[in-house]
Design a protein around this ligand. Structure first.
Ligand SMILES: *[C@@H]1O[C@H](CO)[C@@H](O)[C@H](O)[C@H]1NC(C)=O
Ligand SMILES: *[C@@H]1O[C@H](CO)[C@@H](O)[C@H](O)[C@H]1NC(C)=O
Ligand SMILES: *[C@@H]1O[C@H](CO)[C@@H](O)[C@H](O)[C@H]1NC(C)=O
Ligand SMILES: *[C@@H]1O[C@H](CO)[C@@H](O)[C@H](O)[C@H]1NC(C)=O
Ligand SMILES: *[C@@H]1O[C@H](CO)[C@@H](O)[C@H](O)[C@H]1NC(C)=O
Length: 474
């Protein structure tokens, strides 16, 4: 039997447990069954087959060898086509002697719930166990995840979601930090707690030990994105798109460029975010750094500051050391580029990076009239955004939101331009051209948007803005 400890990336499973009221450590006392999945596509093995012999050999010895100091094992037994892969991971606070009892429970649970399945996974509070006839190399297993959610609704869902996601994100970084070591091994586990209103949330995140830290973070982020409430459009933090500009090249650690970049990032973070927008260059060619951001019209000040910070860290993660990159969230976009102040043509509308998103579902009823009415709403908002009376913080707002009844539905919409557009008619021109693209992105769709760096629009059949200051149009 060959045991591989953490060195070969095979398959990743991630656990995020979120608990209300109970503390993570109080869970030492329990080991509840959580969930199982029989992977039926792998089929069943026959009694007396080589596969069964190999499986039994692994499962009968799996808890009798080693000290379980990292609570993880990946084992392979037998020859193709009868090889068996077994992996288990105990929870970060259940290593050493606490681990084998959980695995023993999992082995008998798995045999009972998925009899003679070649592939199966079972989760308990303190461990997970997977058997398979397939070794999936270097691949994050996103298919086999599940949620156990608390049926009770939080009194302030939005706050709860926001704070909880922030906690999980913090833990994800901590868990996947390459300096977070136990001896020479990556810990890939973090637990923490946070008071949210009158509740306290306890959370943990963990990756299986076959992952290197970058894969662990990638995997955790994938799961965090699915955090059920992430997608109701009410909170930021969800990345809509990233574009790394590889043609601008990479900068070297310790370079002058890096120094100027970091300094510029800090400088902008210290500004007030009152106007929700920034376009500023620091340094001279070839070390010029330009940063632009635009927050959504309902998300200025502290909300904008938070989105800027998320944008900067998102870019660092997704476009590591790229001199150029853009990231979009619901509530802002942030762009970094090495184009200098002189070379940046501020008289030019930038359509280069526009892209669209839409709700895959179509509206019921008269689609033609829905399209027509929605486009009309967007056009009215374009005029409103560009009206001279529409001022914010002493500058033209270049933002408008509104709602309109269309048949039996209500459409909520917004339009916005980057506030650095120097000539006012640029905003109108930009919005008019992207609204022309409506049939391509949004034909009859229940929600849609086109995003870019000069202007954007969005509509939904539910109120997605934070404030209720939108006016009824038409
Ligand atoms: C749970 O386990 C952790 C790690 O082994 C330990 O530090 C903690 O004190 C334990 N908590 C309880 C309640 O046993
Ligand atoms: C929680 O909210 C959802 C959606 O608003 C509702 O369907 C569900 O019944 C609520 N659950 C409880 C326990 O109140
Ligand atoms: C990427 O950078 C190059 C060089 O600075 C620039 O010409 C180009 O427009 C940029 N591309 C995008 C998509 O921003
Ligand atoms: C900047 O863009 C405008 C509009 O596209 C164009 O007319 C002008 O020539 C550009 N300026 C430079 C210096 O490229
Ligand atoms: C982006 O804008 C350009 C120019 O207006 C257009 O050709 C392209 O189709 C747009 N893309 C999307 C997704 O709207």
């Amino acid at each position: 039997m060959s045991s591989v400890f953490g060195s070969v990336p095979i398959l990743a499973m991630v656990v995020i447990q979120l608990l209300l009221i109970r503390s993570v450590s109080s869970l030492n006392l329990t080991n509840a069954y959580l969930h199982h999945k029989c992977i039926n596509t792998e089929g069943k093995y026959k009694q007396g087959s080589d596969f069964e012999k190999n499986l039994n050999l692994v499962l009968s010895t799996i808890t009798s060898i080693g000290n379980f100091r990292d609570g993880f094992r990946y084992t392979e037994e037998g020859e193709d086509p009868n090889n068996v892969f077994v992996m288990f991971q105990c929870r970060g606070d259940s290593y050493w002697s606490k681990c084998p009892p959980c695995i023993s429970t999992a082995v008998s649970g798995l045999r009972r719930r998925c009899p003679r399945n070649k592939g199966a996974i079972i989760w308990y509070d303190q461990c997970l166990l997977k058997i398979s006839s397939v070794g999936s190399f270097n691949k994050i297993d996103y298919e086999n995840d599940f949620y156990v959610s608390n049926p009770n609704n939080m009194s302030d869902r939005e706050l709860f979601n926001k704070e909880t996601s922030a906690l999980l994100e913090k833990l994800a970084y901590k868990a996947s930090d390459r300096n977070n070591l136990d001896g020479k091994q990556l810990v890939l586990y973090a637990a923490g707690e946070k008071r949210i209103g009158t509740n306290k949330v306890y959370a943990m995140v963990q990756c299986t030990k076959n992952l290197i830290f970058t894969k662990c973070l990638e995997c955790l982020e994938g799961i965090l994105r699915k955090f059920p409430e992430c997608c109701d459009g009410k909170r930021g933090g969800r990345v809509l798109g990233t574009s790394c500009n590889f043609s601008e090249g990479k900068y070297k650690p310790g370079s002058k460029y890096e120094y100027i970049l970091n300094d510029h990032i800090r400088f902008l973070a210290a500004q007030n975010f009152r106007s929700g927008s920034m376009h500023m260059t620091s340094g001279l060619k070839p070390n010029a750094v330009t940063i632009l951001y635009q927050c959504r019209g309902d998300s200025y000040k502290s909300k904008c500051r938070a989105c800027y910070a998320a944008g900067i860290s998102g870019l660092r993660r997704r476009c590591p050391r790229n001199k150029g990159g853009i990231i979009w969230f619901d509530q802002c976009f942030v762009e970094i580029t090495s184009v200098s102040a002189i070379d940046f043509n501020i008289s030019k509308i930038n359509y280069e990076n526009n892209f669209s998103l839409h709700n895959p579902n179509k509206v019921s009823g008269d689609i033609k009239s829905f399209n027509k009415e929605t486009v009309a709403l967007l056009e009215e908002l374009t005029l409103k955004a560009n009206s001279k009376d529409n001022m914010d913080d002493g500058k033209m707002a270049l933002y408008a939101s509104g709602e309109k009844r269309v048949g039996t539905k209500k459409v909520y919409a917004m339009v916005q331009c980057m506030r650095d557009l120097v000539r006012p008619k640029m905003c109108k021109e930009c919005l008019e051209s992207i609204i022309k693209e409506f049939p391509k992105c949004c034909d009859g769709k229940q929600g849609g948007r086109i995003l870019g760096t000069s202007c954007d629009f969005r509509y939904e059949l539910y109120p997605f803005l934070r404030t209720s200051d939108s006016t009824t149009v038409g």
